[in-house]
Design a protein around this ligand. Sequence first.
Ligand SMILES: [Ca+2]
Length: 486
Amino acid sequence: MAPRKIIIDTDPGVDDILAILLACSALPEELEILLLSVSTYPYGNIDVQNCLRNVVSLFYHVEKEIAWRKSQGMDAGFQTLQKCKPLVAVGPEHPLSDEMLMADFFHGRDGLGDVHASHPHLTPDDTWKALFSTAEQSNDPEETAIADELVKKDALFSVSKQPAHQEILRLLRENEPDSITIVAIGPLTTLALAAAEDTEAFLRAKEVVVMGGAIDEPGNVRSPAPPLSAAAVRAQRLVAEPAFRLIKQAPGPIRDMLNLRNQITPVAEFNTFADTVAAARVYALTSPNPHTTMPPAPPAPAGKPDGEHPPPFLAPYPETLSKRLKVTLFPIDITEKHILTRGEYRKTIAPLLASKSPLAEWTTAFLNSTFEKFETLQEGISGDAVGLQLHDPLCIWYCMAAAGDQKWQLNADEDIRIETSGHWTRGMCVLDRRTRRKREDDDVGERAGDSGNWLSGAAGNRLGRCVGTPGEDVFGGYLLKRVFAL
Ligand SMILES: [Ca+2]
């Protein structure tokens, strides 16, 4: 069987690290990992380097694990990784929603037109160099190992000097159309940037698998789970402002108000909430007429003609497109049912810790603190019953399955739209739950009684949605078995 070629777009927290470990443990005939695209803003005040550090640490520990397994006469595992080295590329540092909000607030008022001027991007080159030099200067042995990892010739990954969205486009152009699956397990900013820069190249993707959305379940937006590095945790404690910061406008009452409000929504799932504009733009590509679900473009700044703004990544797509994008959504409705309990983890990992598996020691270091954190958040659940929801790893499991595996239940062509501008509902997935007859015309124009074009057969999104998997109860065990080659 030819492997599924994947690009993983990630905001590497605990859940993502488990997902990436699962992908790396795949057989060469299951997956080929081309690229890890690392977006770097979701923790707000945790900088880009911490996100990259998590990914580099992962490869460092996998490498140590492989050497250890070989020394023990065990199966080394991580076969796909040993066969094909993934690239790691740096993604954007702030969401498109930022741009939209900034534009809303300032265009036409004081002519602070160019939002880019207030959002300087580090180049990937600068970012890698900074990661290297801070790691090199550190006294912490884990940190210095990262510096070594970055210059090693035989490392398990290579560093990309291109911004992540351009690296994605290059891979899509250089591979056969419909041969690459993009697995998005963070906010969709990078994918939205790629889609805006070259829509047709982006449409060469075979499928985009997204962990995102809350359909019938309440949302899960709250302060993010603790990041992995101790330094990052310390840094977070020093900052009195909200941990999750969507707005990077200069300090002041408007920013404070938006930051506070944006942490509070009962209806949104985190990835969608963190960049609603990006999610809406990517999902619009599933529509027969993308303009029917695109978020509104921000107005031209004062004194500039219409069309001069917005910048390309907020501008409409070309009017005619060669195909629709295939998106398969994994909302929290399905992902949250897949749990790794502390008890199962503890029992499985105990013999590995006893025999000094480097990977078991690393995962235990961050999972123990995660289980502790969840124990304080979940009422009535304690000890071994505390569970970690495997949102991101579930998307990888789906990619590892053989095409057409009947055990995966997928709804087709659902018109799920993303609320990008709601006062109380930013990031909400909106569906038409009315039982109204569809319009017979195939027109995309609004009609009396159908504002929003919910009833037109030519408007709206067409998303696939996972509603059933091969096993809610078995996945935690499967993940451990794969990652630890048991
Ligand atoms: Ca994630």
